[in-house]
Design a protein around this ligand. Structure first.
Ligand code: HEM
Length: 279
C-alpha cells in the first residue's frame, strides 16, 4: 500500500507538472507564431521591435536572418519537446520518438549557437550578468543535447532519459524566465529589484541563473526521489517494465501500483519497453 502510494504520489506530481509545463510552453509557441509570424507575413519586420528591441535592424541582413531563424527554431523546439513528452507516442511509435529526438537535439544546438550570436554581436536587453547567464544556459543546453544523444546511440536508455529531461528543462529556461518574471510582477504589482528601463537589477540577475539552474536542481531531487522510492529500489523502471509487461518480477503490489501510476502520469516515467532493454 505504502509502496504504491509514495510512488504514485511522486509520479502524479511529475505528471501534473509536465501537463502544466506543456500547456504553458504551447501558449508560448502560440504567442511567438501569432505575434512575430503575423508581422513577418505582413512584411512588417520592424513590428518585431515592439517586443524585442533588437529584433529588426535595417541593413543588418545577417542579424535579421539570425533573429528570424531564432524565432522559427523557438517554435520548433517547443513543439518537438511537447511531442517527446507524450508517452504513448514514445512507446507505440519509437521511430517517431527517435526522429523527433534528432530534430530536437539539432534545433537545441542551432538555437543555442544562434542565440549566442545574437547576444554577443547584436546586443540584447539586460546587462552583462544577464548576457553571461543566458550564455551559460546555452552551453548547458548544448552539453545536455550532446550527452543525451550519446547515451541514446549507445542504447543506455536510463542515462539517455535522465539527460533528455535535463535538456528539456535547460531548453525551457527562457520560458521559466518569463513565467518567473510575470509571477514576480503579479505578486508585487510593480517592478521590484530591477529597473524596467534598463531591464537590469538584482532580481533579474538572480532570475537569469534561476531560469535553468532551479528547474535542473528540482529535477535532480526528483531523480533522487525516484531512485530511492520503493519501485526505484526494485530496479529503476527495468523491473517495473517487466511487471508492466506482465513478465513477472513477482511484486503484485508493484504491478498494480505501476499500472495505476502509468495511467495517470506518463511523461516523466521511464519508458518501460526501452528501459527493459538496458537501464
Ligand atoms: C532554447 C530555447 C529558446 C527559446 C524557445 C527562445 C525563444 C525566444 C523568443 C520567443 C524570443 C523573442 C523575445 C520575446 O518575444 O520574448 C527570443 C529572443 C532572444 N533570444 Fe531566445 N530562445 C531560446 C534560447 C536562447 C538562447 C540559448 C539564447 C542565448 C544564448 C537566446 C538569446 C536570445 C536573444 C539575444 C534574444 C533577443 C532578445 C533581445 O532583443 O534583447 N535564446 N528568444
Amino acid at each position: 500500500m505504502t509502496l504504491a502510494f509514495s510512488s504514485v504520489a511522486l509520479w502524479s506530481a511529475a505528471a501534473f507538472w509536465a501537463v502544466v509545463a506543456a500547456a504553458g510552453q504551447l501558449m508560448f509557441a502560440f504567442y511567438v507564431t501569432s505575434f512575430y509570424g503575423r508581422h513577418a507575413l505582413a512584411g512588417d519586420y520592424a513590428g518585431w521591435n515592439k517586443v524585442m528591441p533588437h529584433g529588426y535592424v535595417a541593413g543588418d541582413a545577417w542579424g535579421n536572418f539570425a533573429v528570424g531563424l531564432h524565432l522559427a527554431l523557438a517554435v520548433s523546439i517547443i513543439l518537438a519537446g511537447f511531442l517527446q513528452l507524450i508517452p504513448a507516442l514514445r512507446q507505440r511509435y519509437p521511430q517517431v520518438h527517435r526522429w523527433t529526438g534528432r530534430v530536437y537535439v539539432a534545433v537545441a544546438l542551432l538555437i543555442s549557437v544562434d542565440g549566442l550570436f545574437m547576444v554577443w554581436t547584436r546586443g540584447a536587453v539586460g546587462g552583462l550578468t544577464q548576457h553571461l547567464s543566458i550564455s551559460l544556459n546555452a552551453v548547458v543546453i548544448m552539453v545536455c543535447a550532446v550527452i543525451a544523444l550519446h547515451h541514446a546511440r549507445a542504447r543506455r536508455f536510463g542515462e539517455h532519459r535522465r539527460w533528455a529531461l535535463r535538456l528539456f528543462l535547460a531548453s525551457g529556461g527562457v520560458w521559466f524566465f518569463r513565467v518567473g518574471l510575470m509571477l514576480w510582477l503579479i505578486i508585487h504589482r510593480t517592478p521590484v529589484g530591477f529597473d524596467p528601463k534598463t531591464f537590469q537589477g538584482p532580481f533579474l540577475t538572480f532570475l537569469g541563473l534561476a531560469q535553468f539552474l532551479l528547474p535542473l536542481a528540482v529535477l535532480e531531487l526528483y531523480l533522487r526521489a525516484e531512485r530511492s522510492s520503493p519501485w526505484g529500489r526494485l530496479g529503476h523502471g527495468r523491473r517495473l517494465g517487466d511487471a508492466h509487461a506482465g513478465h513477472g518480477g513477482g511484486d503484485r503490489r508493484g504491478h498494480d501500483g505501476y499500472v495505476a501510476a502509468a495511467s495517470v502520469i506518463g511523461p516523466l516515467q521511464p519508458s518501460s519497453r526501452r528501459d527493459k532493454i538496458k537501464s
